[in-house]
Design a binder for this molecule. Structure first.
Ligand SMILES: N[C@@H](CCC(=O)N[C@@H](CS)C(=O)NCC(=O)O)C(=O)O
Length: 318
């Protein structure tokens, strides 16, 4: 069935005809709530998260799952770091250390989940995916929404983290505001540079990217964290991009005007501080990150050679 179904687009192509990369909106956008008429309600062991360690969007969900102590509430599968012609594929940890096969759907490829959820699906087969084992469908495949779900939906099952929030009400509008420009210019900005297929498309986004990084540097020179001197989802969302910046984006995506290590001391301090938060370091798999980009994106790096540098050491005492 699903593994032989072909999408209407070339899976390994990212840019549009004009050379610009435009990310398609995620399709599955449900939430999980205690509302009496909600379809998806909070339950222990009902939901399963599919990620790639290399993916910055999926990485956000892995961090919030860990920080909210949801490891025994929501299961985890990790795809292989190489995304091939059939999309993300599952491997055993013996084949590729760090992978966790799909014991829920026994899928070989992530695409199978998308077709199970919707046989007519013709979008991209992206991670992360939050799967409902009960209704056999995808709840949500948008990282920014999955982290909001994890932030409070399962609080009744984990008393130790109940009420711990990365989206405090009093900071919500400020968080939304900063997320918006950081997403457009930095999180997605690196992809707009890296997936560009014309010089113009690349030039359109490289300036705004570094202006935004300069703005972040200025904020962090006066504040411990991005918003309200509190560790929030805005930090988590930016952090997964920063961790990849020097070892991957600077080289692979040609975002090489500056580096975090040499040009952004406050971003580096902040990145190290977050790395030190218990459980965060366990979510960083630099082998998957580097291989995923350098070996997985042959269009950009045809020989699949992986540069040696792992980025600045984040594991330092501050
Ligand atoms: N908007 C999505 C983006 C997720 C996304 O693009 N994931 C990439 C990996 S970094 C992916 O799975 N790409 C596969 C594809 O586009 O075919 C989110 O934030 O959850």
């Amino acid at each position: 069935m699903s593994t032989t179904t072909k999408p209407s687009y070339n899976i390994l192509n990212f840019a549009d005809k004009d050379g610009e990369f435009r990310r398609k909106p995620s399709v599955f956008r449900n939430t999980i709530s205690k509302d009496p008429d909600a379809i998806f309600t909070p339950e222990k062991d009902r939901y399963h998260l599919y990620i790639a360690w290399g993916c910055p969007w999926a990485h956000r969900t892995a961090i919030v799952r860990a920080l909210k102590g949801l490891e025994n509430i929501i299961g985890l599968s990790v795809v292989d770091y190489i995304m091939g012609e059939k999309g993300w594929k599952f491997s055993t940890p013996e084949e590729t250390p760090g992978c966790i096969p799909d014991t829920v759907n026994n899928a070989q490829f992530l695409s199978e989940l998308y077709f199970k959820a919707n046989p007519d699906y013709d979008g991209r087969y992206t991670v992360p995916v939050l799967w409902d084992k009960k209704l056999q469908t995808i709840v949500n495949n948008e990282s920014s929404e999955i982290i909001r779900i994890f932030n409070d939906a399962f609080d009744d099952f984990v008393p130790e983290t109940k009420g711990k929030t990365f989206y405090p009400k009093q900071l919500a509008s400020e968080i939304d505001k900063i997320n918006d420009w950081i997403y457009n210019k930095i999180n997605n900005g690196v992809y707009k540079c890296g997936f560009a297929e014309t010089q113009d498309a690349y030039m359109n986004h490289i300036g705004p990217l570094f202006e935004a990084l300069d703005d972040v540097e200025a904020i962090l020179s006066e504040n411990e964290f991005l918003v309200g001197n509190t560790f929030t989802e805005a930090d988590i969302r930016l952090w997964t991009t920063i961790v990849r910046f020097d070892p991957v984006y600077h080289t692979h995506f040609k975002t090489n005007l500056k580096t975090i290590k040499h040009d952004y001391p406050n971003i580096l301090r902040w990145a190290r501080q977050i790395y030190k938060i218990p459980k965060v370091a366990d979510t960083v798999n630099m082998t998957h990150i580097k291989n995923g980009y350098y070996k997985g994106m042959k269009k950009i790096n045809p020989h699949g050679i992986v540069p040696v540098y792992d980025g600045p050491d984040l594991n330092v005492n501050l």
